[in-house]
Design a protein around this ligand. Sequence first.
Ligand SMILES: Nc1ncnc2c1ncn2[C@@H]1O[C@H](COP(=O)(O)OP(=O)(O)OP(=O)(O)O)[C@@H](O)[C@H]1O
Length: 271
Amino acid sequence: MSPTATAEATEAATGEVLLELSGITKRYGANTVLSDVGFRIHQGEVVGLLGDNGAGKSTLVKTMSGVVLAEEGDYLWRGEKLTTLNRQETERRGVETIFQDSALVPSMTITRNIFMGRELTNALGLLKLKQMDEIAAQILDSVVTIEGIKSPRQLVGSLSGGQQQAVAIARAVHFKRSLLILDEPTSALAVRATEALLNYLLQLKQEGVSSVLVTHNLHHAFQICDRHIVMNHGRKILDVRRADTSVEELTAAVVEGPEGLRRFREGKPLA
Ligand SMILES: Nc1ncnc2c1ncn2[C@@H]1O[C@H](COP(=O)(O)OP(=O)(O)OP(=O)(O)O)[C@@H](O)[C@H]1O
Protein backbone atom coordinates (compact mmCIF):
# COMPACT_ATOMS: atom_id res chain seq x y z
CA MET A 1 0.00 0.00 0.00
CA SER A 2 1.52 3.32 -1.04
CA PRO A 3 1.35 6.40 1.19
CA THR A 4 -0.79 8.05 -1.51
CA ALA A 5 -3.32 5.22 -1.42
CA THR A 6 -3.49 5.59 2.36
CA ALA A 7 -4.07 9.32 2.10
CA GLU A 8 -6.81 8.80 -0.49
CA ALA A 9 -8.45 6.15 1.67
CA THR A 10 -8.39 8.54 4.59
CA GLU A 11 -9.95 11.30 2.55
CA ALA A 12 -12.74 8.91 1.59
CA ALA A 13 -13.99 8.87 5.20
CA THR A 14 -17.54 10.13 5.36
CA GLY A 15 -18.88 12.97 7.50
CA GLU A 16 -18.04 16.64 7.78
CA VAL A 17 -14.49 17.49 8.80
CA LEU A 18 -14.79 18.48 12.45
CA LEU A 19 -11.20 19.17 13.37
CA GLU A 20 -8.26 19.75 11.09
CA LEU A 21 -4.73 20.25 12.35
CA SER A 22 -1.94 21.08 9.94
CA GLY A 23 1.77 21.71 10.29
CA ILE A 24 1.64 21.41 14.09
CA THR A 25 5.11 21.85 15.57
CA LYS A 26 5.68 22.01 19.31
CA ARG A 27 9.00 22.52 21.06
CA TYR A 28 10.01 22.36 24.69
CA GLY A 29 13.31 24.25 24.71
CA ALA A 30 15.58 22.53 22.24
CA ASN A 31 13.38 19.42 22.18
CA THR A 32 10.94 19.30 19.25
CA VAL A 33 8.15 17.01 20.52
CA LEU A 34 5.75 17.46 17.58
CA SER A 35 7.02 17.99 14.03
CA ASP A 36 4.73 19.13 11.23
CA VAL A 37 1.80 16.99 12.36
CA GLY A 38 -1.47 17.19 10.46
CA PHE A 39 -4.69 15.19 10.30
CA ARG A 40 -8.44 15.50 10.09
CA ILE A 41 -11.16 14.14 12.34
CA HIS A 42 -14.50 13.64 10.61
CA GLN A 43 -17.88 13.73 12.29
CA GLY A 44 -18.81 10.33 13.67
CA GLU A 45 -15.31 8.94 13.32
CA VAL A 46 -13.50 7.00 16.03
CA VAL A 47 -9.77 7.57 15.61
CA GLY A 48 -7.03 5.68 17.41
CA LEU A 49 -3.98 7.74 18.36
CA LEU A 50 -1.16 5.27 18.84
CA GLY A 51 2.56 5.31 19.50
CA ASP A 52 5.26 4.22 21.90
CA ASN A 53 6.06 6.01 25.17
CA GLY A 54 7.19 9.56 24.48
CA ALA A 55 5.93 9.53 20.87
CA GLY A 56 4.01 12.77 21.42
CA LYS A 57 0.44 11.49 21.87
CA SER A 58 -0.34 13.38 25.08
CA THR A 59 1.19 16.57 23.73
CA LEU A 60 -1.00 16.20 20.65
CA VAL A 61 -4.05 15.64 22.87
CA LYS A 62 -3.20 18.80 24.79
CA THR A 63 -2.83 20.68 21.50
CA MET A 64 -6.22 19.41 20.29
CA SER A 65 -7.86 20.54 23.51
CA GLY A 66 -6.13 23.93 23.53
CA VAL A 67 -4.17 23.29 26.74
CA VAL A 68 -0.83 23.45 24.94
CA LEU A 69 -0.09 25.98 22.19
CA ALA A 70 1.99 24.86 19.25
CA GLU A 71 4.63 27.25 17.95
CA GLU A 72 3.61 26.50 14.37
CA GLY A 73 0.58 25.13 12.60
CA ASP A 74 -3.13 25.71 12.11
CA TYR A 75 -6.17 24.58 14.08
CA LEU A 76 -9.43 24.51 12.12
CA TRP A 77 -12.77 23.67 13.72
CA ARG A 78 -15.51 22.92 11.16
CA GLY A 79 -13.41 24.82 8.61
CA GLU A 80 -12.94 27.91 10.80
CA LYS A 81 -9.37 28.76 11.68
CA LEU A 82 -9.11 29.36 15.43
CA THR A 83 -6.71 32.13 16.29
CA THR A 84 -7.45 32.26 20.02
CA LEU A 85 -6.85 28.78 21.30
CA ASN A 86 -7.39 27.66 24.87
CA ARG A 87 -9.41 24.99 26.63
CA GLN A 88 -12.45 27.26 27.04
CA GLU A 89 -12.56 27.88 23.29
CA THR A 90 -12.36 24.20 22.40
CA GLU A 91 -14.91 23.22 25.09
CA ARG A 92 -17.28 25.89 23.83
CA ARG A 93 -17.16 24.18 20.46
CA GLY A 94 -17.88 20.76 21.93
CA VAL A 95 -14.46 19.21 22.54
CA GLU A 96 -14.30 17.21 25.77
CA THR A 97 -10.98 15.81 26.91
CA ILE A 98 -10.25 13.17 29.50
CA PHE A 99 -6.64 13.56 30.48
CA GLN A 100 -4.45 10.84 31.96
CA ASP A 101 -4.82 12.53 35.33
CA SER A 102 -8.57 12.87 35.32
CA ALA A 103 -8.72 16.18 37.25
CA LEU A 104 -11.47 15.19 39.68
CA VAL A 105 -11.89 16.81 43.08
CA PRO A 106 -11.35 14.11 45.76
CA SER A 107 -13.21 15.99 48.50
CA MET A 108 -16.41 16.23 46.45
CA THR A 109 -19.04 13.58 45.73
CA ILE A 110 -19.27 11.67 42.46
CA THR A 111 -22.37 13.70 41.57
CA ARG A 112 -20.67 17.04 42.16
CA ASN A 113 -17.68 15.90 40.11
CA ILE A 114 -19.86 14.80 37.22
CA PHE A 115 -21.75 18.10 37.15
CA MET A 116 -18.78 20.33 37.95
CA GLY A 117 -19.18 23.62 36.08
CA ARG A 118 -22.53 22.49 34.66
CA GLU A 119 -24.59 22.23 37.87
CA LEU A 120 -28.38 22.06 37.61
CA THR A 121 -29.99 24.92 39.49
CA ASN A 122 -33.55 26.14 40.11
CA ALA A 123 -34.90 29.63 39.44
CA LEU A 124 -33.33 30.87 42.68
CA GLY A 125 -29.94 29.54 41.70
CA LEU A 126 -30.05 26.72 44.28
CA LEU A 127 -28.55 23.39 43.33
CA LYS A 128 -30.98 20.63 42.34
CA LEU A 129 -29.02 18.04 44.28
CA LYS A 130 -31.64 15.26 44.25
CA GLN A 131 -32.07 15.51 40.48
CA MET A 132 -28.32 15.58 39.93
CA ASP A 133 -27.92 12.51 42.16
CA GLU A 134 -30.58 10.64 40.17
CA ILE A 135 -28.97 11.51 36.85
CA ALA A 136 -25.52 10.62 38.21
CA ALA A 137 -26.82 7.23 39.33
CA GLN A 138 -28.27 6.60 35.86
CA ILE A 139 -25.04 7.65 34.16
CA LEU A 140 -22.95 5.39 36.36
CA ASP A 141 -25.31 2.53 35.59
CA SER A 142 -25.52 2.97 31.84
CA VAL A 143 -22.20 4.44 30.83
CA VAL A 144 -19.52 2.63 32.75
CA THR A 145 -20.11 -0.27 35.06
CA ILE A 146 -18.05 0.60 38.07
CA GLU A 147 -17.60 -2.15 40.59
CA GLY A 148 -17.79 -1.09 44.22
CA ILE A 149 -19.58 2.23 43.84
CA LYS A 150 -22.51 2.27 46.22
CA SER A 151 -23.91 5.76 45.75
CA PRO A 152 -23.28 8.88 43.65
CA ARG A 153 -22.96 10.68 47.00
CA GLN A 154 -19.73 8.79 47.71
CA LEU A 155 -16.65 11.04 47.90
CA VAL A 156 -14.38 10.66 44.89
CA GLY A 157 -11.39 10.53 47.25
CA SER A 158 -12.68 7.19 48.57
CA LEU A 159 -12.57 5.57 45.09
CA SER A 160 -9.77 3.57 43.49
CA GLY A 161 -7.80 5.08 40.60
CA GLY A 162 -9.77 3.03 38.08
CA GLN A 163 -13.08 4.02 39.61
CA GLN A 164 -12.06 7.68 39.49
CA GLN A 165 -11.11 7.33 35.84
CA ALA A 166 -14.53 5.83 35.15
CA VAL A 167 -16.26 8.76 36.84
CA ALA A 168 -14.31 11.17 34.63
CA ILE A 169 -15.36 9.20 31.56
CA ALA A 170 -18.98 9.12 32.72
CA ARG A 171 -18.91 12.89 33.13
CA ALA A 172 -17.52 13.45 29.64
CA VAL A 173 -19.83 11.09 27.83
CA HIS A 174 -22.95 12.32 29.61
CA PHE A 175 -22.55 15.87 28.30
CA LYS A 176 -22.55 14.53 24.78
CA ARG A 177 -19.95 16.50 22.95
CA SER A 178 -18.98 16.72 19.27
CA LEU A 179 -15.53 15.34 19.92
CA LEU A 180 -14.37 13.26 22.85
CA ILE A 181 -10.62 12.94 23.34
CA LEU A 182 -9.63 10.17 25.72
CA ASP A 183 -6.00 9.86 26.79
CA GLU A 184 -5.48 6.24 27.86
CA PRO A 185 -8.92 5.97 29.47
CA THR A 186 -8.84 2.23 29.95
CA SER A 187 -5.39 1.87 31.51
CA ALA A 188 -6.82 1.61 35.03
CA LEU A 189 -10.20 0.05 34.18
CA ALA A 190 -11.21 -3.56 34.82
CA VAL A 191 -12.22 -5.76 31.88
CA ARG A 192 -15.96 -5.16 32.15
CA ALA A 193 -15.64 -1.42 32.55
CA THR A 194 -13.28 -1.32 29.56
CA GLU A 195 -15.77 -3.23 27.38
CA ALA A 196 -18.54 -0.89 28.53
CA LEU A 197 -16.49 2.17 27.63
CA LEU A 198 -15.53 0.88 24.17
CA ASN A 199 -19.17 0.01 23.48
CA TYR A 200 -20.25 3.41 24.66
CA LEU A 201 -17.87 5.10 22.20
CA LEU A 202 -19.48 3.04 19.42
CA GLN A 203 -22.95 4.08 20.61
CA LEU A 204 -21.86 7.73 20.58
CA LYS A 205 -20.52 7.24 17.05
CA GLN A 206 -24.03 6.19 15.95
CA GLU A 207 -25.19 9.56 17.27
CA GLY A 208 -22.54 11.35 15.21
CA VAL A 209 -20.08 11.97 18.05
CA SER A 210 -16.40 11.60 17.13
CA SER A 211 -13.75 10.22 19.46
CA VAL A 212 -10.00 10.16 19.58
CA LEU A 213 -8.78 7.24 21.65
CA VAL A 214 -5.18 7.27 22.87
CA THR A 215 -4.23 3.77 23.87
CA HIS A 216 -1.32 1.35 24.16
CA ASN A 217 -3.75 -1.53 23.64
CA LEU A 218 -3.72 -2.05 19.87
CA HIS A 219 -6.43 -4.71 20.09
CA HIS A 220 -8.80 -2.24 21.75
CA ALA A 221 -7.93 0.33 19.10
CA PHE A 222 -8.44 -2.12 16.26
CA GLN A 223 -11.73 -3.31 17.77
CA ILE A 224 -13.47 0.07 17.62
CA CYS A 225 -11.46 2.65 15.64
CA ASP A 226 -12.32 3.56 12.05
CA ARG A 227 -8.88 5.03 11.51
CA HIS A 228 -5.48 4.86 13.16
CA ILE A 229 -2.84 7.53 13.49
CA VAL A 230 0.58 6.33 14.62
CA MET A 231 3.07 8.79 16.11
CA ASN A 232 6.80 8.18 16.34
CA HIS A 233 9.27 10.65 17.87
CA GLY A 234 6.83 13.52 17.35
CA ARG A 235 6.04 12.70 13.73
CA LYS A 236 2.96 11.11 12.21
CA ILE A 237 4.16 7.98 10.45
CA LEU A 238 0.84 6.32 9.64
CA ASP A 239 -2.73 7.53 9.08
CA VAL A 240 -4.78 4.64 7.84
CA ARG A 241 -8.34 3.33 7.78
CA ARG A 242 -9.04 0.08 9.61
CA ALA A 243 -9.94 -1.65 6.33
CA ASP A 244 -6.46 -0.91 4.99
CA THR A 245 -4.39 -2.10 7.94
CA SER A 246 -4.02 -4.88 10.51
CA VAL A 247 -3.05 -5.23 14.17
CA GLU A 248 0.28 -6.60 12.91
CA GLU A 249 0.99 -3.53 10.78
CA LEU A 250 0.04 -1.20 13.62
CA THR A 251 2.28 -3.16 15.98
CA ALA A 252 5.21 -2.85 13.55
CA ALA A 253 4.65 0.90 13.27
CA VAL A 254 4.25 1.48 17.01
CA VAL A 255 7.08 -0.74 18.18
CA GLU A 256 9.66 -0.21 15.44
CA GLY A 257 8.70 3.07 13.79
CA PRO A 258 9.06 3.87 10.06
CA GLU A 259 11.73 1.20 9.57
CA GLY A 260 9.48 -1.49 11.10
CA LEU A 261 6.61 -0.33 8.92
CA ARG A 262 8.79 -0.57 5.82
CA ARG A 263 9.98 -4.07 6.75
CA PHE A 264 6.41 -5.18 7.47
CA ARG A 265 5.24 -3.94 4.08
CA GLU A 266 8.10 -5.74 2.37
CA GLY A 267 7.07 -8.91 4.15
CA LYS A 268 10.33 -9.03 6.11
CA PRO A 269 10.44 -10.12 9.76
CA LEU A 270 10.67 -7.39 12.37
CA ALA A 271 14.05 -6.76 13.97
N1 LIG B 1 5.87 19.97 29.74
C1 LIG B 1 6.89 19.37 29.13
N2 LIG B 1 8.13 19.88 29.17
C2 LIG B 1 9.16 19.33 28.52
N3 LIG B 1 9.06 18.20 27.78
C3 LIG B 1 7.85 17.63 27.70
C4 LIG B 1 6.70 18.17 28.37
N4 LIG B 1 5.64 17.38 28.08
C5 LIG B 1 6.09 16.38 27.29
N5 LIG B 1 7.42 16.53 27.08
C6 LIG B 1 8.26 15.65 26.24
O1 LIG B 1 7.60 15.46 25.02
C7 LIG B 1 7.80 14.15 24.52
C8 LIG B 1 6.45 13.54 24.21
O2 LIG B 1 5.74 13.32 25.43
P1 LIG B 1 4.23 12.88 25.44
O3 LIG B 1 3.80 12.83 26.86
O4 LIG B 1 3.45 13.72 24.51
O5 LIG B 1 4.33 11.39 24.85
P2 LIG B 1 3.29 10.20 24.87
O6 LIG B 1 3.29 9.63 23.49
O7 LIG B 1 1.98 10.67 25.38
O8 LIG B 1 3.94 9.18 25.89
P3 LIG B 1 3.27 8.12 26.91
O9 LIG B 1 2.67 7.03 26.09
O10 LIG B 1 4.45 7.67 27.70
O11 LIG B 1 2.26 8.86 27.74
C9 LIG B 1 8.58 13.40 25.60
O12 LIG B 1 9.93 13.40 25.21
C10 LIG B 1 8.39 14.24 26.84
O13 LIG B 1 9.49 14.16 27.70
